[in-house]
Write a protein that binds this ligand. Structure first.
Ligand SMILES: NC(=O)c1ccc[n+]([C@@H]2O[C@H](COP(=O)([O-])OP(=O)(O)OC[C@H]3O[C@@H](n4cnc5c(N)ncnc54)[C@H](O)[C@@H]3O)[C@@H](O)[C@H]2O)c1
Length: 282
């Protein structure tokens, strides 16, 4: 989508981190932005900060793991800005626990926020973008964990899902004038390690959160350090703006995990090599 100035975007998880960086970069490009987040106070503060720069932004509190709240947020976007051209399905949470730790509520939480909100976002906003005939673009935030299953199981599963959904819908929606990109960030300097703060009230006491007094795993220590020293979220936002303008299928933030993707594909190729030349019995 060319000529972003004057267009309207809806961004989820916009009160912090990558979503905030994307909202800010879009606003700097002259896009009007409806910022959605479950955290009302942080959202109000960031909307006020961006509005003070003369950006045309507004905020709506919404738990995107609830379809009705996402629909209400879409209605509010149309009411405030008249139409919508860009959907950024970005809200996401880490956690959910590993083998032996997870329970059904933890899977519900991670799948609801990281994956179902993306399904519903596309379902709700797609027709709104088609209706005005000016074209649209959808960016959904997956992760490098959407290409290499290197994080917690629930996180990997949902992020692979976001990659699959984006890849699969790209040709379908292109025919309807809507571009589709999947954002696969590496380590970005955000509050993702504090995702428990955004646990919806209805799931409180049902999801087993990590014990803050327990010794963190080696992986958790490494990840926390890498994120603390991670890439600037506003830089990611600027990449997203460039990707929308250029209709990139994949948006990577850096090359740190490119080797991991190569290794995965080599392992898949090795699986094919094992049966190469055999004639399957039918
Ligand atoms: N930080 C990284 O290194 C990294 C890497 C790869 C992918 N990601 C992905 O980037 C996205 C943004 O995360 P971030 O790193 O900026 O973390 P963050 O915690 O700084 O921001 C996430 C935002 O999403 C909001 N949110 C959480 N649950 C919500 C819900 N149910 N409804 C509405 N909003 C909700 C939070 O309140 C928060 O403002 C996520 O999808 C995450 O999986 C992050």
């Amino acid at each position: 989508m060319q000529h972003l100035a004057g267009k309207v975007a809806f961004v989820t998880g916009a009160a912090s981190g990558i979503g905030l960086g994307i909202a800010e970069a879009l606003a700097q490009a002259g896009v009007k932005v409806m910022m959605a987040d479950i955290e009302a106070d942080a959202l109000a503060a960031q909307v006020a900060r961006l509005a003070a720069t003369n950006a045309d932004v507004a905020g709506i509190r919404a738990d995107v793991s609830l379809k009705a709240e996402l629909r209400r947020a879409a209605d509010a976007t149309i009411e405030r800005f008249g139409k919508v051209h860009i959907l950024v399905n970005n809200a996401g949470v880490g956690g959910g626990g590993s083998y032996g730790e997870w329970n059904d509520a933890a899977w519900d939480w991670v799948i609801g926020v990281n994956l179902m909100s993306v399904v519903w976002g596309i379902e709700i906003f797609g027709p709104l973008m088609e209706a005005h005939g000016e074209g649209g673009h959808i960016v959904s935030t997956a992760s490098m964990a959407g290409l290499v299953a290197a994080v917690a199981p629930g996180y990997n599963v949902t992020k692979y899902g976001v990659v699959a959904l984006s890849e699969g819908l790209r040709p379908t929606l292109a025919a309807r004038g809507i571009g589709v990109s999947v954002l696969c960030p590496g380590f970005i300097r955000t509050r993702i390690m504090e995702s428990a703060r955004a646990l919806p009230e209805r799931l409180a006491d049902k999801v087993a959160l990590p014990d803050p007094t327990a010794v963190p795993s080696e992986f958790a220590v490494m990840a926390a350090q890498a994120i603390a020293n991670g890439i600037d979220p506003l830089y990611v936002g600027e990449l997203v703006v460039e990707a929308i303008e250029g209709d990139w299928p994949y948006i990577f933030t850096d090359n740190e995990f490119e080797g991991g993707v190569d290794l995965r594909f080599a392992a898949i190729k090795a699986g094919f090599d094992k049966i190469r030349g055999r004639v399957p019995r039918r």
